[in-house]
Design a protein around this ligand. Structure first.
Ligand code: SF4
Length: 921
């Protein structure tokens, strides 16, 4: 147990200083309800440290809240005791209008916990009346709920008073029964409220009474209270509605594999036990015999599932709640903290759907794990039932969050999808269901489809086959384009209203008992398309905060089915010559983050490679109250970082497009890599900026014999471009297998292995190359994003228009005063490249006792401004060499030293082992 930031944290190991720093930083940020960024190198035990700190804070926060509520009750009682006349005058005066009258008017039958239902005479919920309910009644319910959960905060008097009000003849049983308030009795007692009842009323009307006392305190501290009491009441008032709320923790990571690792660590290594849920995709959790195998037929599991549900044909869905009630998953059960694999196993055994069970469990869980797009994507977030209000959002491995957020705020739709949407809606018109509404959507889909397939769009070729057209253009704004497509603000509003009616219809049909005979409705796929379109049109089509942050593009490329003669024969229907796509791209990650930040209590971004941190604050358009760059846990003696200006024969190692075509460059690079491979023990990673460059180098090296020189010392593996995840994993396993040591002997493999990969590729992120799986990372070039990529071009232009300089000159920012200025386009472009490099560097050195070399075969890393863009743990240790031959000498000395150290420590381990063995004998 460690006392960090005023909170008791249970941590399974003695924390490193950097972990202590992170936990302290995290707890402080959560206490202040701040957003924060924490950069800490991979392998520094960041995720577990942050999770433990968060759970410890959650517990401590709940206790503080409980204490605060108890203190408030006590202060109110004190106030009532010493100011009887005031309290009687106040509540007797308001009793009729604010108390009984409101209760009478809205027809409350009873109030129990937070389950307040406001009903009209015919029994339906009347929201307008609900909003006029006396605040005190709501607060009373809050009080009751708190009391139910926490008897320390409820007094016997309060319970008795409420029981008296209820006038129950029979003794009440159970906590909820004890807090039933009868309308009749409330009204009866309204005419002559006794002082004691009014005092209790003051206690129950907590917020109102606190306001009243604080008002009185403006002129004089009320009798019986102290300045400290007033300070407590003030802090309660300032905390507003969040008092009493128990923040849920959403922990988002990049992939499900990382979720699984964290859940495993939480379960095995920590004592924290709380209601936990894991959100995964249907592809990971579906147990339906056919739907789960949909991908084998080229379909998505999502669509297969939705189709089954539309027709009410999934038996595991009918029984998913059975899974929720399973004892193994409840408090104290063996799977109290479960992972997707656990729930899928259990779902199979019970023939109950794990996907829907997991979603429902997440609604009441205290800790929810999910891939981070579940939080970023508004559509997925809503479908998954994620509620951000006043909760904590942690996004781990958040180095790509800026791009992921832009993707989540964007939307693309093809002409084929538009055609299906129009067809679906016309079916509804034919059967005369919500005719106006479905027709409106149908006309929209047809209009967009005709426009995409027509000849009006002036395309330009951006690459060999793809034609693109982007708005705004010099003489056509986005508004002009939308108007030409009849998408005025008014039409978009009508579409919103139409979709609401369609959505309500679908919901109603889905809840009908006799599903098989139910009324028709549009498919789930069509529903998703309308939602996606409206989500972007809401921003693009009206003068909103983000209306200037979108670009619209039309993209046309040849239909791949045309090349597939087999498919063409199979589908006798005419195959369209082109695929046409309409794209709504946001250039601003803030479109997504502004909404998250407005709801969540705190957003925490963590990664090994966030720097430069300030660019995140501007790109995401949210305020980060604090940031932390933690140190690496690895002793600098355990790694060797160097950059080299020239190759073995003196060729400058500058991997720009032109120079990489020079044979001299390719040959010198080949010699350098072969020399490093000859000395580096075990595994080695080489990263290049593109598959094209990797291909160029390998072809040349094969011809010159450099590849054979590398193969003399290492088995060679190349990361393939494209291909399936399974194929990649297979390749990676072969690499690992080759390096695996014989456990009995502990000797390295005869030859090591080298894995050639690309930055931003599969090998560069999220994969551990611990210990002998990687003793050296060689970096070739600087991986700038594709310069001519249309999205990159647009983003650079956009940042220029919103950069600090433009803001000062009174540029585009004048129309968006709420938005922060951005880094200019070229700075943004640079940062993308350096983040990718920092990610690749982090593949090696995964724990405190790991060791390795970081080698930049790139002359631009001899410049201090480029070194400054590397992660903190590397930048201070980078040695610069003019020639490869000088560098080689020091590098070899490092390898020799580490190999010797390894040998000594292995011997020591063996000696210790034999001592233990002897003792045991
Ligand atoms: S409801 Fe569940 S089991 Fe049924 S198809 Fe969908 S994901 Fe699969």
């Amino acid at each position: 147990m460690y006392y960090i930031g005023g909170v008791q944290v249970q941590f399974p190991f003695k924390p490193y200083p950097s972990q202590l720093g992170m936990m302290n930083h995290m707890i402080r940020a959560l206490n202040k309800a701040q957003n924060t960024m924490i950069e800490s190198p991979t392998g520094s035990g960041k995720s577990l440290a942050l999770l433990c700190a968060t759970l410890a804070w959650k517990r401590s926060h709940a206790m503080k809240q409980k204490q605060l509520l108890a203190n408030i009750s006590q202060i109110i009682r004190k106030f009532c005791k010493h100011n009887k006349s005031l309290i009687v005058a106040r509540y007797a005066e308001n009793w009729d209008s604010a108390g009984s009258a409101a209760v009478e008017a809205v027809g409350i039958d009873s109030v129990s916990g937070s389950d307040i239902k406001t009903k009209t005479e015919n029994g339906s919920v009347d929201k307008s009346k609900a909003e006029t309910v006396d605040k005190s009644t709501v607060v009373a319910a809050d009080k009751l709920e708190t009391s139910t959960a926490d008897h320390k905060d409820s007094t016997p008097e309060a319970c008795n008073a409420i029981q008296k009000l209820d006038g129950a003849e029979k003794p009440m049983t159970g906590t909820s029964a004890a807090f039933q308030i009868s309308k009749k009795e409330l009204v009866k007692s309204s005419s002559t409220p006794p002082a004691t009842v009014l005092q209790e009323r003051a206690l129950i009307s907590r917020t109102e009474t606190v306001d009243y006392i604080l008002d009185l305190a403006k002129s004089k501290t009320p009798d019986g209270l102290t300045d400290e009491d007033i300070a407590i009441l003030t802090s309660y008032k300032e905390a507003g509605e969040s008092v009493g709320h128990k923040p849920r923790i959403y922990f988002g990571t990049r992939t499900h594999k990382q979720v699984a690792q964290l859940v495993d660590e939480l379960r095995r290594k920590t004592p924290y036990r709380l209601r936990t849920a894991v959100l995964g995709s249907r592809a990971q959790t579906c147990i339906h015999n056919r739907a789960s195998k949909a991908s084998k037929n080229g379909e998505s599991v999502d669509d297969a599932c939705r189709a089954l549900l539309d027709e009410d044909r999934c038996a595991p869905f009918q029984s998913f709640r059975r899974l929720i009630g399973n004892k193994k998953l409840s408090a104290g059960g063996e799977l109290e903290i479960w992972d997707l694999e656990d729930i899928v196993r259990l779902g199979k055994a019970q023939f109950a759907c794990p996907y829907y069970a997991g979603r429902e469990m997440a609604e009441t869980a205290e800790l929810v794990f999910c891939p981070y797009n579940y939080i970023l994507d508004p559509g997925v977030r809503e479908a998954a039932g994620i509620k951000l209000e006043d909760n904590v959002v942690i996004l781990d491995e958040a180095h790509n969050i800026e791009n992921a957020a832009r993707d989540a705020g964007s939307f693309e739709i093809t002409d084929q999808q538009l055609s299906l949407l129009a067809y679906d809606c016309s079916g509804m018109v034919d059967v005369r269901i919500l005719i106006v509404e479905h027709r409106l959507v149908m006309v929209l889909a047809e209009t967009l489809q005709n426009w995409l397939q027509g000849e009006e769009i002036e395309y330009e070729y951006r690459d060999y086959e793809t034609q693109t057209s982007v708005w705004p253009k010099p003489n056509v704004s986005v508004d002009d384009l939308l108007r030409s497509l009849a998408l005025s603000s008014e039409v978009i509003h009508r579409l919103e209203a139409a979709y609401k009616a369609i959505e309500a219809h679908i919901k109603e049909v889905r809840t009908q008992k006799e599903r098989l005979n139910s009324t028709p409705h549009i498919s789930s796929a069509s529903q998703r398309l309308i939602e996606g379109l409206l989500r972007v049109l809401r921003h693009v089509g009206s003068d909103t905060r983000f209306s200037r942050d979108y670009r619209i593009a039309a993209i046309r490329y040849p239909n791949p089915e045309l090349r597939d003669t087999h498919k063409r024969k199979r589908h006798s229907a005419v195959v369209q010559p082109f695929i046409n796509t309409m794209c709504f791209w946001t250039m601003n990650s803030g479109v997504v983050f502004a909404e998250i930040a407005s709801k969540a209590r705190s957003i925490v971004l963590t990664s090994g490679t966030l720097s430069p941190l300030e660019s995140y604050a501007s790109e995401l358009q949210i305020d980060f109250g604090s940031t932390l760059e933690a140190n690496h846990v690895i002793d600098p003696k355990r790694f060797f970082a160097m950059s080299v200006e020239c190759g073995p024969s003196g060729t400058p190692l500058e991997a720009k497009y032109k120079t990489t075509n020079l044979l001299q460059f390719q040959d010198d690079m080949g010699v350098a890599v072969a020399e490093i491979a000859s000395k580096c023990p075990d595994g080695m990673l080489v990263f290049a900026p593109s598959y094209a460059l990797l291909g160029k180098l390998s072809a040349r090296w094969e011809a010159t014999g450099h590849l054979a020189a590398i193969q003399e010392h290492k088995e060679v593996f190349f990361e393939p471009q494209g291909g399936s995840k399974d194929d990649f994993n297979d390749l990676l396993n072969r690499y690992r297998k080759h390096l695996q040591r014989d456990n009995d002997v502990g000797k390295p493999a005869q030859r090591g292995a080298v894995f050639f990969a690309v930055y931003r590729g599969k090998a560069s992120e999220g994969i551990d190359f611990t210990d002998y799986y990687c003793r050296t990372v060689v970096n070739i070039g600087i991986p700038y994003p594709a310069f001519k990529d249309v999205k990159v071009v647009l983003k650079r232009e956009y940042n220029d228009s919103r950069s600090y300089t433009t803001a000062v000159d009174g540029g585009a920012l004048q129309s968006s005063p709420k938005q922060q200025p951005l880094l200019n386009g070229s700075k943004w472009y640079d940062i993308q490249a350096f983040r990718a490099i920092n990610q690749a560097l982090g593949r090696c050195l995964r724990h405190k006792n790991d060791w390795g070399a970081i080698i930049m075969l790139e002359s631009r890393f001899t410049y201090p401004w480029n070194i400054a863009r590397l992660s903190k743990w590397v930048r201070g240790h980078m040695l610069i060499y003019k020639s490869f031959n000088d560098a080689k000498h020091d590098l070899n000395a490092f390898y020799d030293f580490r190999i010797k150290e390894d040998f000594v420590s292995e011997e020591a381990t063996e000696d210790n082992a034999s001592v233990v063995d002897l003792t045991l004998n």
